[in-house]
Design a protein around this ligand. Structure first.
Ligand SMILES: N[C@@H](CCC(=O)N[C@@H](CS)C(=O)NCC(=O)O)C(=O)O
Length: 154
């Protein structure tokens, strides 16, 4: 069934990899959406109207004025946004159970593992106020492992 989106979906976005996951999905679905910039460098993610949509003060988030039963719905967490949009528009999210499990395996792999490990690796390399070799090595190794790159032998 093709779902026709009349009113644009509001996307709350800042250009980071997590933000791009949601914007790429909306672009690929070719549905109307409106970009609302949330400047996380300026602390706009803590604005009360944004927290009402995304209580964990993280972007991306979306507000779909044409949610279930025609009522508005907001969604935070990039993985939940991908699943919601995939279900609603019937694209990139197979209904066949075996294929859906495969999509969900890799989505969870990215959300629960690869994304956070990259984030921690980047933090300890770039932003930590002191260099902590153990943390740098630990997260770096995790990133390399998830990229199937050879591991240093213990
Ligand atoms: N698990 C979340 C992570 C989102 C996230 O970490 N967003 C960051 C930018 S990439 C953010 O909004 N940071 C604001 C802050 O740390 O206050 C998702 O996948 O949506």
């Amino acid at each position: 069934m093709t779902v026709h989106q009349t009113a644009p979906i509001d996307l709350y976005f800042w250009p980071t990899p997590n933000g791009w996951k949601a914007s790429i999905m909306l672009e690929e679905l070719e549905v109307p959406y409106r970009l609302n910039l949330v400047n996380i460098g300026k602390g706009e993610q803590f604005a009360p109207d944004f927290l009402a949509i995304s209580p964990n003060n993280r972007m991306p988030a979306i507000l779909d004025p044409e949610g279930p039963d025609g009522d508005p719905i907001s969604v935070f967490e990039s993985g939940a946004i991908l699943q919601y949009l995939g279900r609603k528009f019937g694209k990139f999210y197979p209904q066949d159970e075996r294929r859906r499990v495969e999509v969900e395996e890799w989505l969870m792999w990215q959300m629960g593992g690869f994304g956070p490990m990259l984030g921690q690796s980047h933090h300890f390399r770039q932003y930590a106020p002191e260099k902590v070799p153990y943390a740098i090595e630990r997260y770096d190794n995790e990133v390399q492992r998830r990229l199937w790159r050879p591991q240093p032998q213990a």
